[in-house]
Design a binder for this molecule. Structure first.
Ligand SMILES: Cc1ncc(COP(=O)(O)O)c(C=O)c1O
Length: 363
């Protein structure tokens, strides 16, 4: 009998999400309204210690509008990782500023603070690190560096709902932070993003930018976008918000099982003080990562992911020539195994047995 496929990621959508969407459809009020306002208030209290939250139509819009609201524009440089999803650097470029790509450290795949320090120039407006895979970036080191050099810190928290450092939640370290609500993220609204900030001026600017420059109808204060979230999406997000902390606990439990049982591969390191939320459970495979992924798929019916195979600075869209050795190593060696909350104990045991068998055979 063939084994069921174990996908690398699996959004969990149930009856409550369906009922919430139905209720909005029945109300006839579909665009940004009461559901979005409630979602913002609830997100703020559950995930960012009461910081203001502004909902938008995608995580990418959230980064773009956050940077604009923080005053980033032509002539500025913003230091970003190359080892991330392209949206991080894209958002900087869309403001007219220049993304400057820095290397990562290989323990946690997050920005290398010393390398970032070496790239700061008089044009540097800020640093936008990523809490990659759900592990917080070096919030102490980068926070201190930004404060000493008089530049801003912006958080790409797309993958890090509920992650923390020294018991402080991510989303409370930067001028603004952005959480993606794309379907494969730790919680979803279908598509969407949430931008959080404790700066009232940035919050006001965000609210204007997402809605044609107006908070009051037809009183447009600035030129803006239509980056509004719909009430349909917010209704899904509100239900997911009631579940995300439980799902995170399950992700952590799944990760602990994988940590304890995987052999011959590098399991994810967690920094002292870091609260990892395991958006991805990413191993390092120094010999033939792609062969391991193929064997898991073809022989064991287990899905995996490579996040990210091409460093962003080398994508045709940026086409830069910087030498970022750790970024290159990570792009060749990382492999993310399923860790999502709907895995059963049998699934986890199948994943461990398969990885151990292939990694041993390949060793
Ligand atoms: C690190 C990172 N930044 C930004 C984004 C963009 O978010 P979205 O897909 O919601 O636009 C993502 C999501 O894929 C991401 O993983």
């Amino acid at each position: 009998m063939s084994l069921d496929f174990i996908p690398a990621a699996k959004p969990i959508i149930g009856d409550e999400e369906r009922a919430a969407v139905d209720a909005v459809l029945a109300s006839g009020m579909l665009a940004q309204g009461k559901q979005v306002a409630e979602f913002e208030t609830e997100f703020s209290s559950v995930l960012v210690d009461g910081r203001a939250a502004v909902a938008v139509n995608s995580g990418t819009s959230g980064l773009h509008l956050g940077l604009l609201a923080a005053g980033v524009g032509p002539g500025d440089e913003v230091i970003v990782p190359s080892f991330t999803f392209a949206a991080t650097g894209n958002a900087v470029a869309l403001t007219g500023a220049t993304p400057v790509f820095a290397d990562i450290e290989l323990d946690h795949y997050t920005l290398d603070t010393d390398h970032v320090a070496s790239l700061i120039t008089e044009k540097t407006k800020g640093i936008m690190p990523v809490h990659l895979y759900g592990h917080p970036f070096d919030v102490e080191g980068l926070g201190k560096l930004a404060a000493e050099r008089g530049i801003d810190l912006y958080e790409d928290a797309a993958q890090a709902h509920g992650a923390s450092f020294n018991d402080k939640l991510v989303g409370s370290f930067g001028t603004f932070a952005m959480f993606s609500l794309y379907p494969t993220k730790n919680m979803t609204s279908g598509e969407g993003g949430m931008v959080t900030t404790s700066d009232a001026a940035v919050e006001h600017k965000l609210r204007l930018l997402r809605n044609q420059g107006m908070e009051k109808q037809y009183e447009n204060e600035i030129v803006g976008f239509n980056a509004r979230m719909t009430d349909l999406h917010a209704a899904i997000g509100r239900v997911q918000l009631t579940k995300v902390l439980g799902w995170t606990a399950q992700r952590r439990q799944n990760a602990a099982f994988l940590d304890a049982n995987l052999e011959n591969v590098g399991t994810p390191a967690v920094k002292a003080g870091a609260g990892h939320v395991y958006h991805q459970y990413t191993i390092r495979v120094s010999e033939d990562r792609d062969g391991l992924a193929k064997a898991l798929r073809d022989e064991y019916n287990i899905g995996t992911g490579v996040y990210y195979p091409v460093p962003n600075h080398r994508l045709p869209s940026f086409n830069r020539t910087e030498d970022l050795p750790n970024t290159e190593t990570a792009a060749k060696e990382v492999l993310s195994l399923p860790v999502h909350p709907s895995l059963s104990q049998d699934d986890l045991e199948r994943i461990v047995a398969a990885v151990n068998a292939v990694a041993k055979a390949g060793a």
